[in-house]
Design a protein around this ligand. Structure first.
Ligand SMILES: Cc1cc2nc3c(=O)[nH]c(=O)nc-3n(C[C@H](O)[C@H](O)[C@H](O)COP(=O)(O)OP(=O)(O)OC[C@H]3O[C@@H](n4cnc5c(N)ncnc54)[C@H](O)[C@@H]3O)c2cc1C
Length: 445
């Protein structure tokens, strides 16, 4: 199998590492690879983790995207078994006509089943259905000793909990079974409302939380003073498609920001023009699932918008009782520091995930793009401090800046994760730049 030396980075493009990349097509090649290789190893999906979770400097990265076969589907139970390189949007494309869909999808369709499990990702309906890992029935994990083990929550609870949200560090997920949601609808009826400030937004989110299927708020991260937290809240419900939907698929727009226009001006223009689409009383429309769930996939190469240095994405979750205070401090900080953050996304999360390192907890989750300028580390460190102060945590699938001390404080089950690692990978073969940066396997003295 061909091996290529490639510079890899996460979606934010901040850190680059030279990695030996292989792209197996068959499971047998994958098994052979593990037996033949002695150095550090890591699986990679579509590279949609923002930071350094899917790369390992000088190590072997196994691109799983060719291992993408459907293996079995039970229409009675809705359980789909497939290889780990299968793309989430592809599953919906194949199964929607049969009335099934994935219960949890992120903000892009370019995520693999392996990446979805390794990050234990959440969607816009976390209050209703939990995280991706909550719907995994079993998974086959290729471990450091070259064996494939079937993990499930009953027979192997500790290894299962260490792999769900375990960021690829217990081994390579080869295939998995996920329970699809029945009675899926092809479209989403969306109600968009403009909210004037953070208090209004939090009240509206709270009111919709027990009743809405999907909710997400797009926050103008440049608004200050009385307008701090000005936003558009989208509430979505599954719907039948209108005939016009078929004629209006998600557009793919090439994005080439003019280099001579400062980012700040582009951001101000965007944040002024974008809400203007929506009348003061709000707007109701029916859109395709693709447009509702994956709006940014329609803008080709948008992650290059921030320029060659790339950007960090900071995403935290704050417990409900500290959310108002913490979110206000975070938005004030990004405005005051002129961090160059244009837009923020706010969602609510329902309950903890199944993994020891699962990100979810009951609370509010805020995601902010921070351009990788000279002052970015300072801004990220301040955001980390507010998160810690509020008893929250940072999402590892987005992270590129967390400190090892903060990790231990934010993830109380880290020691249980370390015990599982000691059992399943005592030599520490599975590593990533993220695991090295966070000293994730090292027990505190
Ligand atoms: C535009 C955008 C929107 C997003 N929205 C959301 C969102 O709403 N909610 C959310 O939770 N996340 C979101 N994400 C993050 C994304 O869902 C996760 O980072 C996901 O893990 C990426 O999957 P991937 O297949 O690209 O994996 P990669 O980015 O390639 O890898 C991510 C991690 O998964 C591990 N991994 C990948 N495949 C395997 C495997 N087969 N076996 C073991 N480990 C594996 C890697 O080692 C790495 O640690 C978003 C990302 C983008 C770019």
């Amino acid at each position: 199998m061909a091996e290529v030396l490639r510079s890899l980075s996460g979606f934010g493009g901040v850190r680059h590492s030279l990695c030996h990349v292989v792209r197996p097509q068959r499971r047998a090649q994958l098994l052979h690879l593990l037996q033949g290789e002695a150095g550090p190893l890591l699986a990679r999906g579509f590279g949609r983790a923002y930071g350094d979770a899917a790369q390992i400097e000088s190590g072997h990265v196994i691109d799983m995207t060719r291992l993408d076969r459907l293996l079995d589907f039970d229409a009675e139970t809705g359980v789909l078994a497939c290889e780990a390189g299968m793309r989430l949007a592809e599953i919906d494309r194949l199964f929607l006509p049969r009335g099934f869909c994935l219960p949890v999808v992120p903000g892009t369709g370019w995520v693999s089943i392996g990446g979805a499990i390794a990050a234990d990702l959440h969607g816009k309906n976390h209050d209703r259905v939990g995280s991706f890992g909550d719907h995994v029935q079993w998974l086959d994990l290729l471990t450091a000793d070259g064996n494939v083990r079937r993990l499930d929550p009953i027979a192997t609870p500790a290894l299962f909990a260490a792999t769900i949200g375990g960021m690829g560090l217990t081994g390579i997920i080869v295939q998995a079974a996920v329970k699809l949601q029945a009675d899926a609808r092809p479209a989403i009826a969306v109600r968009e409302r403009k909210l004037t400030d953070l208090d209004a937004l939090l009240l509206a989110l709270q009111a919709h939380r027990p009743i809405a299927t999907y909710s997400v708020a797009w926050v103008d991260a440049m608004a200050r003073g009385k307008s701090l937290g000005r936003s558009i809240l989208e509430i979505g419900e599954p719907a039948e498609a209108r005939s016009t939907l078929k004629a209006a698929p998600a557009r793919r727009l090439p994005l080439k920001p003019p280099e001579f226009v400062p980012l700040k001006w582009i951001g101000k223009g965007f944040n002024a023009a974008w809400p203007a689409r929506i009348p003061a009383a709000g707007r109701d429309r029916v859109v395709s699932r693709e447009r509702f769930f994956y709006p940014l996939d329609a803008v080709a190469g948008w992650n290059r918008f921030y320029g060659k240095r790339g950007f960090h994405q900071f995403q935290c979750v704050l417990p409900d009782e500290r959310a108002a205070d913490g979110l206000r401090r975070m938005l004030e900080l990004t405005v005051r520091s002129r961090a160059g953050c244009l837009l923020a996304v706010l969602k609510t999360l329902g309950s903890a995930g199944r993994g020891y390192l699962s990100f979810a907890m009951r609370g509010h989750t805020l995601a902010l793009d921070i351009p990788a300028r000279a002052d970015a580390p300072e801004v990220l460190a301040a955001l980390e401090r507010i998160t810690l102060d509020c008893g929250g945590r940072v999402y590892l699938a987005k992270d590129s800046a967390l400190s090892p001390e903060a990790l231990a404080a934010m993830y109380p089950e880290l020691e249980r994760q370390r015990i599982a690692w000691a059992e399943i990978d005592p030599q520490g073969r599975f590593q990533s730049d993220l695991s090295r940066r966070l000293q994730i396997r090292e027990t505190a003295p």
